[in-house]
Design a protein around this ligand. Structure first.
Ligand code: FE2
Length: 375
């Protein structure tokens, strides 16, 4: 993926706090609309770019909570009291109303991990209680699912480097974005360049534009199933390099907040991975971070990756789209899905401000047993 080298002026964060912001909770909106100087309810969660430096991540042993849920006689019982449970598509995504995620006990959180693994994506509406409990609660929530990833370049709330923030408004963006493309769609699995990329991931918006800014998801399990058995058998023998270098360069060039707190890394992952709990096999390449297939000639690698990316891009029959009504929390399993922001609102003055809780999972397990993952 190419990015522009254009450097935009980035206002100090203090100025961000005075910008016109529409809170995700409609009760926060003034009747007359914009109130440029009003105190922003989520000012404490605006992106801060510390100059801290972090050492390389150490390996850690991930125990997936979904395994515990498998022992439960009814691992979907956490949904028993829901008002509505709707499958967004047959392949991907479940939308739920009437469950307060913040009140789930440890067993319920385990079950949630299993259900997100099975459905790839879950959308929970009416989660104001969760969102308003604040950053200490977000960390406590995320740690149930694994060691929290600290992003090497993104903005975080002051004092909370484990929370990854997205922020864009009509004047500026602190996101990793492509400016010289005909589309803002960039399918990816979050920070797949890490040795242990994330599994269950939680994301919500604090502030949303009145229209636009939906998030797109696709099932990498369904994408794999569409391919011929002969081709899948070949793909399972392959491994690919995932790189964080370009994302770091984006920041080093003065974009985002201009900081790189941990040296960028590259790691080799299987092209087809197996989910540790469900056993589902999923494509694990993405246009944003995957760079080349190990051991193939350049043209071979490029042709295969292009074919897979085109397949991911255009297969709407694997995809789901989430509209951000206020107080929505979305969870996806980064091991079996890909997603893309949809920056169709960049001409609008409205802000889009969100937070992600990103526990790391296991090192990707090859679908082909015994695949050597050394580079
Ligand atoms: Fe993402």
């Amino acid at each position: 993926m190419s990015t522009t080298t254009t450097v935009v002026d980035i206002a100090p964060v203090a100025e961000v706090q005075k910008l016109s912001l529409r809170a995700a909770d409609p009760s926060e909106s003034k009747p007359e609309g914009k109130a440029p100087e009003q105190e922003y309810r989520y000012a404490h969660l605006l992106p801060h770019f510390s100059e801290d430096r972090y050492p390389p991540l150490e390996p850690y042993e991930h125990v997936d909570p979904g395994h515990r849920a498998l022992q439960h006689p009814n691992p979907r019982s956490f949904l028993d009291t829901a008002e509505r449970v709707i499958e967004i598509t047959p392949q991907l995504g479940t939308e739920v109303r009437g469950i307060n995620l913040a009140e789930l006990d440890s067993d319920g959180r385990d079950q949630l991990a299993l259900e997100v693994a099975r459905r790839g994506l879950m959308v929970f509406r009416d989660q104001g209680d969760f969102i308003n409990r604040g950053p200490d609660f977000y960390l406590q929530w995320g740690r149930h699912y694994g060691r929290l990833h600290i992003h090497p370049t993104s903005g975080h709330p002051r004092g909370y480097p484990e929370l990854h923030l997205v922020y864009r408004d009509g004047k500026q963006s602190f996101n990793f974005e492509v400016d010289d493309s005909i589309t803002t769609t960039v399918w990816h699995s979050d920070v797949s360049y890490e040795l242990q990329p994330p599994g269950l991931t939680t994301f919500f918006l604090l502030t949303a534009p009145p229209t636009g800014g939906d998030t797109l998801f696709t099932s990498q399990v369904s994408a794999l199933k569409k391919l011929s058995p002969q081709f899948v058998a070949f793909l399972k023998t392959l491994k690919a390099v995932h790189s964080g270098v370009e994302q770091a360069e984006f920041s080093r060039n003065g974009r985002r907040g201009g900081t790189v707190r941990r040296d960028p890394v590259e790691h080799v992952h299987p092209v087809v991975r197996r989910h540790p709990v469900t056993g589902d096999e999923a494509l694990y390449v993405n246009r944003q971070f995957t760079r080349r297939i190990v051991g193939l000639k350049r043209e071979e690698s490029e042709a295969i990756l292009r074919l897979l990316y085109d397949h991911i891009d255009k297969s709407a029959d694997n995809q789901a789209r989430v509209r951000w009504e206020p107080n929505t929390i979305v969870l996806w399993d980064n091991r079996v899905t890909a997603h893309s922001a949809n920056v169709d609102f960049r001409h609008l003055p409205d802000a889009r401000h969100g937070a992600r809780i990103t526990p790391q999972a296991e090192r990707p397990i090859p679908a082909l047993e015994g695949l050597d993952l050394s580079a």
